[in-house]
Every structure is written in C-alpha cells, then in structure tokens.
Design a protein around this ligand. Structure first.
Ligand code: ATP
Ligand code: MG
Length: 420
C-alpha cells in the first residue's frame, strides 16, 4: 500500500510512487531477501491503469524489515505486515505467508511464514495473485492470473467454495473488481457466490457497508448493482428481499454523482418493483450499511427533494420553489430527476435559472433583532412572521426594509387580534 502524503507534492504521482516502492524493494534485495511487487499494483500495471497503492511481498520477516528500515512500523504484526515510509509514500511490506484456518469467516486464526508460491495461493482472485519482479521486468504467475486478466475474468484462486466461505467478504470483493474493470465473474466462482450468498450476513455490517460504498462511488456502479442482485447478494447486503429490478436510474446518473445519490437511485429503482414506504426502507438501508450521518443526510435529502420535484414542483409557489432550489439536497435530488425524466429535469433547470434572476436566497430584509429593535416582544410568533416576510421578499412582493417592517407589523397585529 502506498498512500500519498501532503508532502508528496504534485507532479507525476504514479511514477513517483512506483519509484518509492522500487527503492524499498531494492533495499530488501540488497539485504539478501526475496522481494516482489504484489497483488493490485501488478494487476493495475498490466491493465495499464495507475495503481492506487503498492504492496511488496517478501521473504524478509518483520524483524528483518525493521532491520533494513528503522522507521518501519507494524500493522498487525501477527500477519507480518509492516509499513515503510519512503519519499513521501507509505509502502506496505508483507512477509510471504500461508493463512491458517478461518473460524470467524473473515480472518485466519494464524498465519505461517512461507514462500512466494504459497503467498500467491492465499490471495483471493487470480488477477490479485500476481507478483512482479521490476528489476528483471518479469511477471511471476503461480495462479494463472495473466490469462484471466487477458480474458477479463475474476476467478477465485483454488476451490471457489472453500475460498469464498473462509472469508465471505470476498463475495463482495469479486463483485467490486468485476464491476470496476468490466470483467465477468468466472462461472464456478459466480456459482459459489450464489450458493453462499446468505452466508455474507455473517460479515460485519461495517465491512459490507464499506464495500458497497466503494462500489457505488465508482462510475461502473450499475454493473455492481446488477451483479449483487443477479448473484442473490442483495438480501444479505441490504437486508431486503431479493429483487431483480433493472437499475435504470442508477445507469443514467452522471459519473460524478456521489455515493448517497447513487444509493438513492438504486433504492428508487428497486422500489418500483417492491413498493413499500420509501422512508422506512431508506432507514433500514442506512442500518444495514451502517451509513455515516453525512451519507444518511445525503441519502434522505436527495430522495425528499426528488419526490417533491417529481410530484409537487408545479404546484409550489415562487417562494417555495426558491427555498427548495437553494436547499442542501437540491442538486442531488435534481440528478435523480435527470436520471428518471429528462424532460422534467430540463424544465425545472430552466425554471430555476429564471427564478435565480430575482435571487434564489437573497439576504433577508428583516431578522429577529430588527423586530426586537422595533419594540416587539420575542416569542414563538417571531419565526412565523419572519418566514412570511421572507416569502413575500422571495416572491418579489416587497423589496425594501420599510415595506418588510410594515408587513411584519401587520402580521403581528393580525395574530394578536386572532388571540393566543
Ligand atoms: P485496490 O486497488 O482496490 O486497493 P487491491 O487488489 O490492491 O485493490 P487490497 O484490498 O488493497 O486490494 O489488497 C491488496 C492485495 O491483498 C490484493 O490484491 C490481494 O492479493 C490481497 N487481498 C486483499 N484482501 C484479501 C482477502 N480478503 N482475501 C485474500 N486476499 C486478499
Ligand atoms: Mg490496494
């Protein structure tokens, strides 16, 4: 793993992170150890996409790694994984290992240090099980990863049922990699996922939520949603009945739509097939995926705005339209409408541009302190009066402070004559 630090600076980041990883690898070799680039970075290089991070697999034990890099520190010593800081990047250096039995369906009970071949075999998918010797410019392939990369296939290493069962999160990782690269999941691997789908429920909700977040944040999220449904994982992922709804809104969302908007699009797609109370379903999804407060707010907010735009927009007055158009979830809700009904989206966009000419959210002509200064007693009526005055301002019925004050007095008088 290489992560860029702020001090890694700008410039050719992929090249510089590779150089940093290469420097670490060279130092390990000079100390007499075997060392290769491993996993995702090798796969990405063969796919000609910039790797997100570099992992090194080595014969060096953690203590040997620390002897070469004084500053190396361990993350999970029991797994033999060390982090080395180099040229502003952090490189993950992991000792070749064989994973022992899994009793918690997520982590091996014990690991044994071993050799490169066994280390390849403990990895999840063949495309993730490749090593690269950058000095000899050679790929080391114990698992048939190169041909699977060429054929664009995600295939479990070894017996798919055993491998997916020992760490059930791999079922979602298979979907994520397949979607991200546009690969197919090899038939036996797919069948093992389908058969084990209910077992995913044993994985922590947090990990499931994180995988789904990564999948739906990616432009290829429609494929991920399809695969989840098609493999029958939706019940375990969302804690909802399985459903093969076409994720058509999801597919129409622009790439830059964020995770919570994508999640809302998917929910709306499924809701067309399943029915039910949207808000209640959204709350259940929030729990099932352990959404953060921010994600939850975006998820609910975009759907609320969408519903209003879809069903009530044209019945709203100018002030209500302006308030909606300047509310926090508006752009996301509008993306959902765009993915649903293009013409309605265009009409509303135009209307908002026209509304903006007179200000969507101008500074209020009056606030609470103005009312107090005018000798009025603060109370529960204040907010209602200020809201009505602001509505009149948004509608263009008043333009100046004195008009606003006159209106406020009239409203207060009317309220007082109505009695408490
Ligand atoms: P990404 O670009 O998403 O980081 P990656 O392949 O680097 O993809 P990581 O989760 O960073 O994925 O893991 C690094 C490598 O560790 C993988 O390529 C794979 O070889 C191995 N690995 C990660 N998670 C698992 C797992 N759950 N089971 C088996 N091997 C795994
Ligand atoms: Mg990685």
């Amino acid at each position: 793993m290489t992560s860029s630090f702020p001090n890694a600076g700008e410039g050719d980041l992929p090249l510089r992170s590779r150089e940093a990883a290469l420097a670490v690898l060279l130092a390990l070799r000079r100390a007499g150890h075997e060392a290769y680039f491993a996993g995702g970075c090798v796969r990405d290089r063969l796919l000609k996409i910039p790797p997100t991070d570099y992992d090194i697999a080595t014969s060096a034990r953690p203590e040997d790694v620390r002897a070469v890099f004084r500053s190396a520190h361990s993350v999970g010593e029991s797994f033999g994984v060390m982090l080395v800081r180099k040229k502003g990047f952090i490189i993950q250096v992991a000792t070749f290992r064989t994973d022992g039995a899994y009793s918690d369906s997520r982590h091996p009970d014990a690991v044994t240090y071993s050799d490169a071949e066994h280390d390849a075999q403990r990895r999840d998918f063949t495309i993730n099980g490749l090593f690269e010797d950058p000095l000899a410019d050679r790929i080391i392939d114990f698992v048939g990863g190169q041909s699977d990369l060429q054929n664009r296939v995600v295939r479990a290493i070894g017996d798919p049922r055993a491998r997916l069962f020992e760490d059930r999160l791999r079922m979602l990782r298979a979907v994520r990699f397949a979607a991200r690269f546009g690969f197919t999941i090899e038939a036996e691997t797919a069948e093992a996922i389908r058969q084990g789908a209910t077992e995913l429920a044993g994985v922590s909700r947090e990990r499931i939520g994180l995988e789904v977040r990564r999948m739906l944040s990616d432009p290829n999220r429609t494929v991920a949603a399809w695969e989840i449904q098609y493999l029958g994982l939706d019940h375990a992922v969302l804690q909802e009945p399985n459903c093969l709804a076409a994720p058509s809104r999801l597919s129409q969302l622009p790439d830059e739509a964020d995770f919570s908007t994508a999640l809302a699009a998917w929910l709306l797609d499924r809701h067309e097939a399943t029915g039910g109370d949207l808000r209640a379903i959204a709350r259940r999804w929030g729990k099932a995926l352990m959404l953060s407060n921010d994600d939850m707010a975006g998820f609910h907010g975009s759907m609320e705005v969408y519903q209003t735009l879809r069903h009530r927009w044209s019945s709203l007055g100018v002030a209500a339209q302006k308030r909606l158009a300047s509310s926090p979830g508006f752009e996301q809700g509008l993306l959902l409408l765009q993915a649903t009904d293009r013409q309605a989206f265009i009409d509303i966009r135009r209307r908002v541009i026209a509304l903006a000419e007179t200000g969507l959210s101008p500074a209020p002509l009056l606030d609470g302190t103005d009312l107090i200064a005018a000798g009025l007693q603060p109370g529960p009526a204040f907010k209602r009066v200020l809201d009505s005055v602001y509505d009149a301002q948004l509608e263009g019925a008043i333009q100046h402070r004195d008009e606003a004050m006159t209106l406020a007095r009239r409203l207060i008088d009317a309220m007082q004559s109505e009695g408490p």
